[in-house]
Design a protein around this ligand. Structure first.
Ligand code: ATP
Ligand code: MG
Length: 305
């Protein structure tokens, strides 16, 4: 469907049904168990239908991204967090498939290097925040500093923070710092959307089994992922607290059902389309002065051999 057929507010209305149920913008009282990883809003779609809808969404995104780039003012930060095998990589791949690679940067954050550990915990992430006109994707993010580091506290020791500053409230303090950091970025013109791909414990096991069973998926398997399952409950608690402390209107979380990949992708695409449509992006208008320059350039070009 061409853009001209639908107005901006019609598009926002059309995608809302996929985003409203999963958007968390007030942390108080948030509970993960109120969100079903298997939810598809009662929709049943075959692969073809789902991929057609997704394709339309990513084409739309590509148009929006082109204007974002041309305007060179707003930027968009997409944060992806999830347990292993929830589909972060493939969601990013599918949703962004039509977007011009020059306007989009993906950063995958792994264990920090010793240089990174010698800095404050936000240092490595702040440097990768998207510049104006760009979409930045964080595949894992500063939230890991309150997730994996919280679950495995020996990682905190490696951060060499002065002992007297490591108190009982350190996780609340970190989350408060993250919320402030996000406020700061949004006030600078960065639109922040945070996605928690909500995978069930059972579905994770199924996907790990597939990684073991299918040779072409073996490379994705890591024995440590299975060990990490033992800490599932700790991770869920850490996620819940992170979402509670950092969900806001300006930087909402989306708790996206992740047991059905086609649905995960639709919700993520819908959330990005919705947020970008709300920016009312347009191509920069050419001034009278610039039009004169263009006319002069045209005249000169005509005369040249
Ligand atoms: P996939 O497994 O889908 O390829 P991934 O994001 O799990 O992607 P891995 O290389 O498997 O990538 O793992 C990266 C690891 O780095 C994760 O176990 C994550 O918990 C860890 N990590 C990320 N950020 C931090 C951090 N700040 N401190 C310590 N560990 C971190
Ligand atoms: Mg992994």
């Amino acid at each position: 469907m061409a853009r001209s057929v639908m107005t901006r507010s019609e598009i926002v209305d059309a995608v809302k049904k996929y985003t409203d149920p999963f958007r968390v913008q007030k942390g108080r009282g948030f509970r993960l168990k109120d969100f079903d990883p298997g939810d598809t809003l009662g929709l049943k779609m075959n692969k073809q239908e789902a991929s057609r809808l997704l394709q339309r969404g990513s084409e739309w995104l590509a148009m929006e991204q082109d204007m974002l780039y041309a305007q060179d003012s707003w930027s968009v930060l997409l944060v992806f967090q999830a347990m292993d095998a929830a589909g972060k990589d493939s969601t990013i791949k599918h949703v962004m498939s039509r977007v011009n690679p020059q306007g989009c940067d993906v950063f995958s954050f792994k264990q920090p290097s010793s240089k990174e550990l010698s800095h404050d915990f936000l240092w490595r992430y702040a440097q990768m925040a998207p510049r104006r006109g760009r979409i930045g994707i964080f595949n894992r993010s500063y939230y890991e500093e309150t997730l994996v580091v919280r679950v495995h506290q020996q990682l905190l020791k490696a951060q060499k923070i002065p002992a007297e500053l490591v108190g009982r409230n350190i996780w609340d303090e970190r989350l408060a710092d993250i919320a402030r950091f996000e406020d700061y970025l949004t006030r600078q013109g960065t639109v922040i959307l945070k996605f928690y791909l909500n995978l069930s414990y059972e579905e994770q096991k199924k996907r790990f089994m597939q990684r073991l069973d299918r040779p072409e998926k073996n490379w994705k398997f890591s024995a440590s992922d299975v060990r990490e399952r033992r800490y599932w409950a700790d991770y869920m608690k850490a996620y819940e607290e992170a979402i509670r402390a950092t969900a806001s209107k300006a930087a909402p979380w989306f708790v996206v059902p992740a047991d059905n990949k086609w649905f995960t992708r639709l919700v993520v695409a819908a959330a990005i389309v919705e947020a970008m449509e709300k920016l009312n992006l347009e191509y920069p208008k050419v001034s009278l002065e610039q039009m004169k320059d263009l006319a002069a350039a045209r005249a000169e070009l005509k005369q040249q051999k």
